[in-house]
Design a protein around this ligand. Structure first.
Ligand SMILES: *Cc1c(COP(=O)(O)O)cnc(C)c1O
Length: 375
């Protein structure tokens, strides 16, 4: 059976974990945590990075930092992971769901402005599959209406919009290092703070609402409870694992890109025959090869294809259920029908994608999809 995902080990994970243990600093904000944060600040020029235990936690920190309160409205796509919304719902926000684009599962930038009211506080674009939302359009709307932007960059590591890295546009951005992402620490995430005003408070929220970071930096002589917060720091053992992956980001991205291009090449004839649609990457975005999806003509065909592939040893999976019609949110949703959110939920199929997936497996999977349509 070809699995959908398989964790990749770059090589130095265990030696670095051993080193973290001998450093005698295995709690948070240790030497490996600092190395990882510096890596991102240097390579992508993010202003300030804080490792978190997950992207979910980074999004929760963002909601606290923006002072999201009961009744505030936050605009985001319906076709996304639950954490994008949950983080703001936990602070009492009302989520205003927007539709996806016709040519891409990401947020339709042209549908944002009509959703803005006097209570709108933030826009949360999600860079689906690591493909950029049109950030010029989004930042222009945010400026015009004085809104905050939090990029859900969970899937967007090492991807760019007009040559500027994703995660550097919003006031805040959140990344994920979950096992299924390009770079992983099992569970892990990171909050990026691009707006200076939020840096000090972010460090406090990160450290359970205390000014412990200032204390460690010898800026104050004792630390105490100064704000709300929680335990958002990962152990330095997790950071050690993450650092081993980050050191190899270039070879990881290179291999993932080869796999993506092979899928695209092998499946192009089927797309030319109108049997399926292939991913579209707008000219302003790079492709970080986070995942490979195809679009079928109907939900029924998609589900038949999943079974067919399974019977032939290939594990393929659909993606999100629209959040606006989820069991939790549908009774709270009074907006319009979101056609494309439903479309991607019904027709999108993700193919196996991981570093160790061999070329021959990619070819086999493509052959199986071909034989599904032509036998
Ligand atoms: C993976 C993912 C998350 C959650 O990341 P965790 O690190 O598992 O909390 C949030 N949003 C999107 C778009 C994701 O793909």
């Amino acid at each position: 059976m070809i699995p959908f995902n398989k964790p990749y080990l770059a090589g130095n994970e265990l030696p670095y974990i051993k080193q973290a243990v001998s450093n005698c600093h295995i709690s948070g904000n240790g030497p490996f945590t600092k190395k990882c944060q510096k890596f991102f600040e240097n390579k992508y020029k993010f202003k300030k990075c804080l490792l978190t235990t997950s992207c979910t936690d980074a999004l929760e920190m963002a909601a606290i930092l923006l002072d999201i309160k009961e009744g505030d409205e936050v605009i985001m796509p319906s076709f996304t992971f639950v954490s994008t919304a949950n983080a703001f719902v936990l602070r009492g926000a009302k989520i205003i769901f927007a539709d996806s684009r016709s040519d891409h599962p990401g947020l339709d930038e042209d549908k944002i402005e009509e959703l803005i009211t006097a209570r709108t506080k933030a826009i949360v674009p999600v860079h689906y599959a690591g493909v950029a939302c049109d950030m010029d359009k989004i930042m222009k709307i945010a400026d015009k209406f004085n809104l905050f932007v939090v990029e859900d960059a969970a899937q967007a590591i090492d991807s760019y919009y007009k040559e500027k890295p994703l995660g550097s546009f919003g006031h805040l951005a959140a990344f994920s290092f979950h096992e299924t992402k390009n770079i992983s620490s099992g569970e892990g995430g990171m909050l990026v703070i691009n707006d200076d005003r939020f840096i000090k408070r972010a460090e406090i929220i990160w450290e359970k609402g205390t000014n412990r970071v200032e204390f460690f930096n010898r800026e104050v002589d004792k630390y105490g409870w100064v704000d709300i917060g929680s335990s958002y720091l990962p152990s330095d053992i997790n950071a050690a694992f993450l650092y081993a992956q980050l050191e190899n980001i270039e070879s990881i991205q290179k291999r993932r890109s080869e796999i993506w291009n092979l899928y695209f090449k092998y499946l192009t004839p089927l797309a030319n025959n109108q049997k399926i649609k292939l991913p579209f990457i707008p000219a302003y975005s790079t492709n970080n090869s986070h995942l490979f999806y195809i679009l079928t003509e109907s939900k029924q065909k998609r589900n038949e294809l999943i079974s067919f592939l399974k019977n032939n040893g290939v594990n393929s999976v659909f993606h999100y259920q629209p959040l606006h019609s989820s069991p939790f949110y549908r009774s709270k949703y009074y907006g319009k029908e979101l056609h494309y959110s439903q479309y991607y939920s019904d027709n999108l199929l993700r193919l196996p994608f991981y570093y160790d997936l061999g070329n021959e497996s990619v070819e086999y999977i493509a052959q199986m999809i071909n034989s599904f349509y032509f036998s």
